[in-house]
Design a protein around this ligand. Structure first.
Ligand SMILES: CC(C)(COP(=O)(O)OP(=O)(O)OC[C@H]1O[C@@H](n2cnc3c(N)ncnc32)[C@H](O)[C@@H]1OP(=O)(O)O)[C@@H](O)C(=O)NCCC(=O)NCCS
Length: 175
């Protein structure tokens, strides 16, 4: 993937050796980003989530996709199956790399893997007012519905057709 500014971003599944990079990505998140992603500010719980869940080997019910700029991890998207054919979906992109299509591309790669494993619905809880996350859900290109409860949007994203191809990255991406 080439960003409009010319930077190359590599997308690949998480590896067990990515633990340190994942910890760094999460440690560098702003308090607002941590709150948007985890609905709380407990950095120790975040560290535990990274080490216990994100880095474990992929399976049908759990996958994580990472985005890299050179050797720096700049984003991760993951799903965790909660019911037959349904999985919780979450994504984070490093604060300095947003609004360049990385979250959408990560989400689409993950959706494609999930479809392959028989997942038909991604569920995502998004804080009301988290505009970038709401746009990302829309940009994935699937039918989605949302129900708001207590300031949180509960999104269901139906993976009901082949994953759309990577969005256009603008003229600079096609010199
Ligand atoms: C939500 C989050 C993952 C979005 O990541 P992102 O990489 O900024 O998302 P994208 O760039 O793919 O899309 C968001 C917006 O960026 C812009 N964008 C997308 N592709 C672009 C491109 N090629 N060039 C310029 N702008 C682009 C657009 O404004 C897009 O919205 P729109 O096109 O629908 O108007 C990121 O903001 C984040 O990590 N937030 C904190 C954690 C969080 O809230 N997670 C979600 C809850 S699980």
């Amino acid at each position: 993937m080439i960003l409009p500014g010319g930077e190359r971003v590599r997308i690949r599944p998480v590896r067990p050796t990515d633990g340190a990079a994942l910890l760094e990505l999460h440690a560098n998140m702003s308090p607002e980003s941590v709150y948007q992603r985890f609905f709380g500010l407990n950095r120790i719980a975040v560290e535990k989530y990274v080490l216990d869940r994100l880095t474990r080997p992929p399976s049908v019910g759990h996958q994580s996709m990472t985005a890299w700029a050179d050797q720096t991890l700049i984003g991760v998207a993951s799903y965790e199956q909660t019911e037959p054919h349904i999985a919780d979906f979450a994504v984070v992109v490093a604060d300095g790399w947003r609004e360049r299509g990385i979250g959408t591309v990560l989400g689409r790669h993950l959706a494609s893997v999930a479809q392959h494993h028989g997942i038909t619905t991604f569920h995502a809880d998004v804080l009301g007012g988290n505009v970038l996350a709401e746009r990302l859900v829309r940009d994935l290109g699937f039918t989605s519905t949302v129900h708001y409860d207590g300031g949180v949007g509960a999104w269901d994203i139906e993976l009901d057709h082949p994953t759309p191809s990577t969005p256009s990255l603008g003229p600079a991406a096609h010199p």
